[in-house]
Design a protein around this ligand. Structure first.
Ligand SMILES: [Zn+2]
Length: 157
């Protein structure tokens, strides 16, 4: 394995690089049961946090012990990104990564009031909530550092 799962400073368990990764290098596939968006909504409402949308019709339920990718934490300044294509989801390096770094990506959560989750990623630009980058109200990289009120975020571009 080129990464390991262990206790994270961000939240619960996290994934740590054991090797160097180059930009755009695939690191782990997000695997799980393929379910319809209707079933996805039902499982999300039941508290399952591991559903990952493939497209408008399908999602993967990554709550599977074999899915190491489910341990990747969210960061507001992530070193990885998710890539969706051909019905598969991969976690891919966003930049060069050194051994020992925790591997993170932007969960891309949309702003839904009852699913807002506090973020403890520690990045200088941390938004304090797990919210998709395009929905954070401050310009990327400016690191306002203030606690945002997610109810006031305008979801329009
Ligand atoms: Zn954060």
């Amino acid at each position: 394995m080129r990464f390991e799962v262990r206790t994270s400073a961000i939240s619960g368990r996290g994934v740590y690089a054991l090797d160097h990764f180059q930009p755009n290098e695939a690191i782990a596939q997000y695997i799980g049961e393929r379910v319809s968006q209707e079933e996805c909504a039902r499982r999300c409402a039941a508290g399952n946090r591991f559903l990952f949308s493939l497209d408008d019709n399908w999602a993967l339920d990554g709550a599977d012990p074999n899915n190491a990718a489910r341990y990747f934490n969210h960061s507001c300044s992530p070193n990885c990104r998710s890539h969706i294509g051909d019905g598969e989801i991969w976690i891919v390096a966003r930049r060069e990564i050194q051994p020992g770094e925790e591997l993170t990506f932007d969960y891309g959560y949309q702003m839904i009031e009852d699913t807002v989750i506090p973020c403890h990623c520690g990045a200088p630009n941390c938004y304090r909530f797990i919210v998709a980058e395009e929905l954070r109200w401050y310009p990327p990289g400016t690191g306002s550092g203030t606690t945002a009120n997610p109810q006031k975020v305008d979801p329009q571009p």
